[in-house]
Design a protein around this ligand. Structure first.
Ligand SMILES: *Cc1c(COP(=O)(O)O)cnc(C)c1O
Length: 230
């Protein structure tokens, strides 16, 4: 993984350039692929610096950290996206503070978020996290359960289901990594055929985003290559 030691502005420009290059290599329009900067473990002062570069949306994987940073930077009007595993007992903070959750992976959580969102009078964009990798440590809905899950989500009017998210297997084997991303795209296409429009595919991180872009990612989640090592 290539983490140049220069400024945040230079690293951000370099990542945008590499994403654009991956799009061109895949015959895709760079305007189709967004970057979600993942600011986890970096303090509010780093996010403030990123905001000064024009970045508005930030991915966090822990509710506590999302809460602390959104409070510290409340005046900046930033959008916070939860990308990590969410316990139902933290649904309240998320319903109040996040604009989006990419890690929705079970009905119990949909139910908890829906109740809290109703109380707040808010809507939330959600992506369904699907487990495309065999690794025990990875969360996500088993692929076979996706069709039924999407049907059930129609019952929660506060949740706007916008797409799917996954983490690929950690492997040196590009074909194995790519197969995870391909599976997510195929699940999206199968869902569309059943009447579930899911335009967004959030897949790819610092180490594997070119493969995800080749398989149709509309959004890559980049931490290390922008902010540095954690
Ligand atoms: C940390 C994290 C990322 C970013 O990972 P990098 O390798 O640092 O780019 C992306 N997605 C999720 C779910 C993460 O937790």
């Amino acid at each position: 993984m290539n983490v140049p030691a220069d400024s945040l502005a230079e690293r951000w420009a370099a990542v945008r350039g590499r994403v654009d290059a991956a799009c061109r290599a895949a015959g895709r329009d760079p305007a189709e692929v967004a970057i979600l900067p993942v600011s986890k473990t970096f303090g509010p002062e780093v996010v403030r610096e990123a905001a000064a570069l024009g970045l508005r949306r930030f991915g966090e994987n822990k509710v506590q950290e999302l809460r602390d940073k959104s409070a510290a930077l409340a005046g900046l009007g930033l959008d916070w996206v939860l990308i990590g595993h969410l316990q139902t007992n933290k649904a309240r903070d998320v319903a109040r503070l996040a604009c989006e959750v990419q890690s929705l992976d079970r009905l119990e959580l949909a139910e908890a978020l829906h109740r809290r969102l109703q109380a707040e009078g808010r809507l939330l964009d959600v992506l369904v996290q699907v487990k495309t990798s065999p690794e025990e440590s990875k969360h996500g809905l088993p692929p076979a359960e996706l069709p039924g899950f999407l049907d059930r989500l129609r019952g929660y009017a506060t949740l706007r289901v916008r797409g799917l998210m996954t983490l690929a297997v950690q492997s040196e084997d590009d074909q194995a990594v790519r197969a995870c991303f391909r599976q997510l795209r195929e699940l999206r296409d199968a869902a569309a055929a059943r009447g579930h429009e899911l335009p967004r595919l959030s897949m790819g991180m610092s180490g594997d985003f070119p493969l995800a872009i080749a398989e149709g990612a509309t959004e890559v989640r980049i931490g290390t290559a922008i902010f540095g090592r954690r």
